[in-house]
Design a protein around this ligand. Sequence first.
Ligand code: ATP
Ligand code: MN
Length: 461
Amino acid sequence: MNKECIRNILSEGKVSSKIMISGWVRTRRDSKDFSFIEINDGSCLKNLQVIADQDIPGYEENVLQANTGASIEVIGEICESQGKGQKVEIKAKKIKLLGDCPADYPLQKKRHTNEFLRTISHLRPRTNTFGAAFRVRHAASYAIHKFFNDNGFINLHSPIITASDCEGAGQMFRVTALDIENLPKKEGKVDFSKDFFGEETSLTVSGQLEAEIFATAFSKVYTFGPTFRAENSNTTRHLAEFWMIEPEMAFCDLSGNMDVAEKFIKYVIDYVLTNCAEDMDFFNKWYEKGIIQKLQSIRKAKFARITYKEAIEALEKSGKDFEYPVSWGIDLQTEHERYLTEEYAKKPVFVTNYPKEIKAFYMRLDEGEETVSAMDLLVPRLGEIIGGSQREEREDVLRQRIIDNDLSEKDYAWYLELRKYGSVPHAGFGLGFERLIMYLTGVSNIRDVIPFPRTPGNARI
Ligand code: ATP
Ligand code: MN
């Protein structure tokens, strides 16, 4: 007998074949002679309907105890369905109750809010929303690896513990094996030379610097790993632990970088629309009306490209009363970003060439030395989804930028050596994976697209 997942049975199950399935009961209705059981096994959004006649063996101990939430195993035959909504159903020959489920199971028929579901993160994967969200998340993750693989990139596992601070001073989580009740001190300060690694270490905020090393050997690389930021911003778009995709390309400039980012986003949209049609219909209906059509049109659109200067002018001319006033030199806030993509460009827009003061030291200094070759991709609903740049490949310019930013030349000696030995123009970007999933699904809180969100005050399952 074939053990099958529900998705395969619903899509290609042959009438009258004998199968075995297992899953969790979503609902059960009993009539005089038989019971209808809706089962879900997580392989797809739809449930499979099972019909159990009251004369099958063990009907009372198994079927009548199979309450919402219980796990069961069913042996039966695929039949054409008489009811609406599904082509096939299962006529059970035997049903085994594996784990019963008492009436205090929180996921009964009623629809819960996502806020409530966050308080039961061990059970929420069994709901329709989270089922759909995590199948889409899986498909997007697969599509990302496939995109880079098919385009000649090498995947790099960058380290999670690091002693070098990419850009995140003050927002890094410390890693230590010291006894915090009894810290070793030297001249009034903690003596990190006594710590596990012999120096101060933290969880990484980005794999970019390591990716640059590998790009100068493999030409095209990408990381896809967890990153950590201790920024205390309790927003719907920030997590303390999130997954980032960071491609890095040698022999590539700012415009080549944007070309890759655009092609990449469109590829993932395409893959998810094609492979997650049922889950996307769910989001289209319950989360963001018209999202499928919007994503389809984005796939066809050419993303806009404007400079920071043009962006500031557009914001100044907009006549909008922004909470944060606009002038040259400001860091764009979400309200500005959303205006630029939703109302000004009316599609995804790259903003480039930001003032050097508001961007990281490693971004390539433009002619005129006021701006750097940075690019952020802004999308409707979210604002920034990608941040990237062409990197400074000139050793002397980079050294000066390190000094001007009060960073230590000694700490970045290896980074400077990449520019000394066979330096090349290179570029890359970082995409927050959870922001991408929000963008694809219309789910509006980032806590609902990661299995176990880490946010200020919350790190338990
Ligand atoms: P923002 O301005 O939105 O806080 P950032 O400028 O700090 O983002 P970068 O350092 O450019 O972000 O990181 C690259 C990408 O990582 C961002 O474009 C975003 O998609 C994602 N990202 C950054 N911080 C977070 C976070 N705390 N939680 C989830 N995703 C994040
Ligand atoms: Mn950014």
